[in-house]
Design a protein around this ligand. Structure first.
Ligand code: ZN
Length: 316
C-alpha cells in the first residue's frame, strides 16, 4: 500500500516536472530552423520561411524581391506591426561564406514568431516590443554564392555571387576604391563592371529607395565586432550610428569599431540614401563560422531586435 502510494506520488511529481520543463523551455524549443548542422542551405531557408509564416500572417509576410542569375529567389520577410511607420532593415548572407548569418537571423525570427504572445522575463510580449516597428528581413541576399560555397568543390571560402562579384563592393558610394580589389570575376573582392551591375544589389538598392527605413542591421562574419558609421555620414547620423552600436554592444558584448572610408559597401550606400543609422554585426571567429559557435552567437544576439524595436515604443 505504502509502496503504491509512493509510486503515485512519484508519478505525479514526474508529470508535474515534465510539464514545468515543457512550459519553461518553450522559449528555446525550435521546430523549423536546424542549427545542428554546419550547412544551412537555400532550400532549407525557403522551407523554413513558408512554414514559419503559416498561421502568423497577421504579423508576418514574405515575397521575392528578385530572382538571381541562377534562378533563386531573394526573399524579403516583413515581421512585427506590418503597418508601423518605423521600418528596420535586416540583411544577412550578402557574402557567401558567411551563411551562418542566415541561420542566425532565421533562428531569431523563429523565437520571436513562435513566442509572439508569450510574456518574457520582463513581463512584456514580443507583440508589445514590436508594436511600433516593422522589420524588413533579407535573410539570404546571395543565395547563388551561398550554394556555391556550400556545395561546389573547393568553394568553402567563396564570398562572391554567382557571377564572381563581391556584392558588398558593388554599391555606388566609393565604388572601385579601397585596396585588394580583383580586376576579374573572383571568389572575393571583384567589384563588378559597374555599380549595381548585379540583380542582388539592384534589388536592395530599389528597396531602400522605395521604403523609408529608419535603421539597418547588416550581418556578416567574422570578428565579434559591431561596426558603425562612415566618413560620408552627416554629423547627426554619425552620432546615431555610434549610439546604435553602443546599444547593440550592451546586448551582444561585441566591441564597437568605426568603419571609416567608403568602398562600395552596402552600409555606405544606405547612409547616402537614407541618412539613417546602421550597424554591421560581425559574428564568430572564423569563416565559415563553425557550427559549434552557433549557440553562443545566438544567445548573445537574440535580444538585439527586441531591444532595437523597443526603442520605438511610444511611451505612455
Ligand atoms: Zn562579409
Amino acid at each position: 500500500m505504502k509502496r503504491s502510494l509512493r509510486f503515485v506520488v512519484n508519478l505525479i511529481l514526474v508529470i508535474a516536472m515534465a510539464s514545468f520543463y515543457t512550459t519553461s523551455a518553450s522559449a528555446t524549443e525550435f521546430i523549423y530552423v536546424d542549427a545542428s548542422q554546419q550547412i544551412y542551405s537555400y532550400d532549407s531557408l525557403c522551407e523554413d520561411i513558408s512554414q514559419l509564416c503559416i498561421g502568423h500572417e497577421e504579423f508576418m509576410n514574405y515575397e521575392s524581391i528578385a530572382t538571381t542569375s541562377q534562378g533563386r529567389n531573394i526573399w524579403l520577410i516583413r515581421f512585427g506591426n506590418l503597418e508601423a511607420e518605423n521600418k528596420i532593415l535586416i540583411t544577412a548572407s550578402i557574402h557567401a561564406r558567411e551563411y551562418m548569418t542566415a541561420q542566425l537571423v532565421m533562428r531569431m525570427l523563429e523565437e520571436y514568431t513562435l513566442n509572439y504572445d508569450i510574456p518574457q522575463l520582463d513581463g512584456a510580449t514580443y507583440r508589445q516590443y514590436f508594436s511600433n516597428c516593422c522589420f524588413y528581413i533579407l535573410p539570404m541576399l546571395n543565395p547563388d554564392g551561398v550554394t556555391i560555397c556550400q556545395y561546389a568543390l573547393g568553394g568553402s571560402k567563396f564570398k562572391a555571387n554567382g557571377n564572381g562579384v563581391d556584392l558588398n563592393r558593388n554599391f555606388p558610394i566609393g565604388f572601385g576604391q579601397g585596396g585588394g580589389l580583383s580586376k576579374v570575376p573572383a571568389p572575393c573582392y571583384y567589384p563588378g563592371v559597374a555599380p549595381l551591375s548585379e540583380c542582388e544589389t539592384m534589388a536592395l538598392a530599389n528597396l531602400i529607395n522605395t521604403v523609408p527605413f529608419t535603421a539597418c542591421i547588416n550581418y556578416h562574419s567574422m570578428g565579434n565586432i559591431n561596426y558603425y558609421g562612415s566618413s560620408i555620414n552627416t554629423p547627426e547620423n554619425a552620432q546615431r550610428c555610434k549610439n546604435m552600436a553602443a546599444v547593440i554592444g550592451s546586448i551582444n558584448g561585441y566591441r564597437a569599431k568605426y568603419c571609416g572610408v567608403a568602398n562600395g559597401s552596402f552600409a555606405d550606400y544606405f547612409y547616402a540614401v537614407t541618412d539613417a543609422p546602421s550597424v554591421t554585426i560581425e559574428i564568430g571567429t572564423a569563416t565559415p563560422v563553425p557550427i559549434g559557435q552557433f549557440t553562443d552567437i545566438y544567445n548573445r544576439n537574440i535580444a538585439v531586435w527586441k531591444i532595437i524595436a523597443g526603442q520605438y515604443l511610444q511611451l505612455p
